[in-house]
Design a protein around this ligand. Structure first.
Ligand code: ZN
Length: 181
């Protein structure tokens, strides 16, 4: 993202520092490079990053928990990060479990809000697997809340997206929430 370097230099000047002083001279290059990672999810299609298998009769809940993610909030371009918990009740298709973190990674490496990230993961699993239901929970800390000195410094935000019995059946939902505690 070398086209960003002059813009980052302008931001440094704009905040009142000297972009030509020694400590900052390489900074635009480093920031542009870090953006390739932080915003690397735009060029990737999460649906192509996953492999789907035929289910051989497994009909209990499948859970992937404690999936670490790092994303950037679209309102402030500051990091928010935490853990994703995914559960689903399979029908004819199952997903390689290592592929769920890969899908999370692609959606997270964009300008995001936590609600959309949660829903995109649930929607994509619904589309790819057509399972009986999906539950996605994200627990995250937002630096835009902590670093800007907003009240409730240690507040953790939880979002969820439920479909099928995860939404309509209290037992299914409780089982999932118990298993991700
Ligand atoms: Zn924010």
């Amino acid at each position: 993202m070398t086209n960003l370097e002059p813009l980052i230099k302008k931001i440094i000047a704009g905040i009142g520092d000297d972009p030509d002083r020694e400590g900052l001279i390489e900074t635009p290059k480093r920031v542009a490079k870090s953006f390739e990672k932080l915003y690397g999810g735009y060029k990737k299609d999460p649906k192509k990053a996953v492999t789907v298998f035929d289910n051989e009769g497994y009909d209990e809940m499948i859970i992937a928990r404690d999936i670490d993610f790092y994303s950037m909030c679209e309102h402030h371009m500051l990091p928010f990060f935490g853990k994703v918990y995914v559960g689903y009740l399979p029908d004819d298709k199952i997903i390689g479990l290592s592929k769920i973190p890969r899908m999370v990674e692609i959606f997270a490496r964009r300008l995001q809000n936590q609600e959309r990230l949660t829903k995109q993961i649930a929607d994509t699993l619904m589309e790819l697997l057509k399972p009986n239901g999906v539950g996605v929970v994200i627990k995250a800390t937002h630096l835009c809340m902590k670093a800007r000195g907003v009240e409730k410094q240690n507040c953790e935000i939880t979002t969820s997206s439920f479909t099928g019995p995860f939404r309509s059946n209290l037992n299914t939902r409780s089982e999932f929430l118990d298993l991700i505690k």
